[in-house]
Design a protein around this ligand. Sequence first.
Ligand code: COI
Length: 355
Amino acid sequence: YFTAPALTSAQPSTYRDYESRDIFDWDNLGFKLIQTDYMFMTKSSQNGNFEKGKLNPYGNIELSPSAGVLNYGQGLIEGTKAYRVDDGRIFLFRPQESGIRMQIGAKRMCMPSPSIQQFVDAVKLTTIANKRWIPPAGKGSLYIRPLLIGNGPILGIAPAPEYTFIVYACPVGNYLRNGTQPLTLYVEEEHHRASQGGAGGVKAITNYAPVIKAIQEAKEKGYSDVLYLDSVNKKYIEEVSAANIFLVKGKNISTPIASGTILEGVTRKSIIDIAHDLGYKVEERLIEADELFSADEVFCTGTALGVAPVGSITYKNKRINYKVSSDLISEQLNSRLVAIQKGIIEDKRGWIIEI
Ligand code: COI
């Protein structure tokens, strides 16, 4: 990965107005790790509150070999973005939603969690400290990764005695290798992402290692990712490894209902609201995989991915091709979302935080 040029003073870059475009080739950003300057860090005991915390230079952290997170996976991730807009201002998009989701996830994983205010403040601080890594307008964004881990040592299966909340950041462009090309998916019939009663509905780190195999196999076969089915009936579609899915039929939009096995994406929520605003009917419901054959349009949403049209899905050895044109409903929804994010149209719901 790329390592940032050393800073010349110990001061966060907040206080020195680096022009981001002076230091990096912003035209070739993908979704790969680029070390930035600072990360935020704070700790808490099992029942306690998180301390105020501070920025540290980005770097390794020390962990006991018996840390709860290493042995039993007691950890959560979040993902949110900061970006520059044309007039140079820097915006965050709905970081509170990520803070709320971390609190819900922390309950599921028996962890204490930072307050929403602490979470948002840490995201802001990390963004400002890494300001020189926010790509110029239109070139990408700063992906912010809050991380909550049970770092305290433990032998039996129980909550760790200590927790660390970290926020680091990385400039990103397109999430997928094929850039803005429509996604090619296949329905994964062997592996499942989540089961009822499990932790699929929260952003537990344990949701991700098991899907690496499915993603690897999909990439080897030339697909962008896979679409998972429910693990009980193997009949209803759930989500893609790192994104939610929507189907369009006429003027009706449907997305799998988030009833415990589906991650409630912030982009998913935002697109549902925008679709209502634009007069579409949106249903959150069980969707049989067979409905993929008759959908007019399919698209995926995620913080990392954005809103991405699906060009084809292979299911039961049949490749279903979807229309890909500039008059897609997903394109209309995406344009509206991006216009709100850029401050071009009014943000009536308070989604944007300017920093
Ligand atoms: C996101 O979209 O923010 C994700 O968390 C997906 C992935 C990079 C884990």
